[in-house]
Design a protein around this ligand. Structure first.
Ligand code: BT5
Length: 253
């Protein structure tokens, strides 16, 4: 903890050499009353998860695989914007670390030169009225080399190493926790508006022609903006569609 410069984020650390998924552990710990700001970090995940039950590749000591427990006072309806908050915090931290080309692909990816370097998975336990906890899961490829990548990720993924930026994982995690804490504190006081503005600046999705892929059907259009709920607005031949994060993927055309 001596290296941490945060007020509370990361002061309570649950560290595992290996874990199925840090999100699963964090949810368990949150249910058992772990305080806000607790993080779960693993060197390796054997069952790392993305959205829609997709797998997240998390090889030993080659990345930062962690989950942060939050207990916010805002409405459960605002929770999905935590993913946007995390993305903005990560871009800021990456800038400080010397990786300046990272852009945000809505809703939960950071890309460098069209390749994915970060995935974010936000999960929540809440009633209609209030949030019990949020678990924000973040996976960052730091030391992943080309040979480490499975075939299907060779052309889709990148890392700090592959982008030629070297930074110790602890240092990067500290930078990230500082930015997350700063933005989260700002949101608890002033809401999400400023963060959505900053998100727009870092977005590599807005202005693009995209395919929206839902489990049921696919359609195409142009990503024009996000609204105050963090939904993506897509201009199609039939008018503007409002796309909710969670159950969709988008693909650039
Ligand atoms: C995500 O899902 O991008 C969210 C990933 C969240 C991972 C963190 S790690 C800590 C915490 N614990 C967990 O179990 N999860 C969180 P999605 O948008 O569904 O993207 C998944 C897709 O990304 C996969 O289908 C692959 O195509 C690709 N992918 C998997 N592993 C990758 C990696 N290491 N780097 C780049 N792309 C990857």
């Amino acid at each position: 903890n001596s290296v941490l410069s945060t007020e509370s984020f990361g002061h309570n650390i649950i560290y595992r050499e290996t874990a199925p998924s840090t999100n699963a552990i964090a949810k368990e710990e949150a249910r058992r009353g772990a305080p806000a700001g607790t993080i779960v970090v693993a060197e390796e995940q054997t069952g790392g998860r993305g959205r829609l039950q997709r797998a997240w590749f998390s090889p030993y000591a080659k990345g930062i695989w962690f989950s942060l427990i939050l207990r916010p006072h805002f409405s459960p309806l605002e929770a999905s914007k935590c993913t946007l908050l995390a993305a903005v915090a990560l871009v800021r931290a990456f800038h400080t670390a010397g990786l300046t080309e990272a852009g945000i692909k809505w809703p939960n990816d950071l890309l460098v030169n069209r390749r994915k370097i970060v995935g974010i998975l936000t999960e929540m336990d809440a009633t209609m009225e209030e949030i019990n906890y949020i678990v924000m899961g973040i996976g960052i490829n730091t030391d992943v080399a080309r040979v480490d990548l499975p075939e299907d990720l060779r052309d889709k993924a990148t890392s700090f190493l592959l982008e030629g930026v070297r930074i110790p994982r602890k240092e990067l995690l500290n930078l990230i926790l500082m930015e997350l804490e700063t933005l989260y504190t700002e949101v608890e006081h002033n809401g999400f508006a400023n963060i959505l503005d900053e998100w727009r600046k870092y977005s590599v999705t807005l202005g693009r022609d995209i395919n929206v892929i839902t489990p049921g059907y696919t359609y195409s259009g142009k990503a024009i903006d996000i609204d105050s709920d963090g939904c993506l607005l897509v201009e199609t031949d039939h008018g503007v569609e409002r796309v909710l994060a969670g159950e969709v993927s988008i693909r650039y055309k």
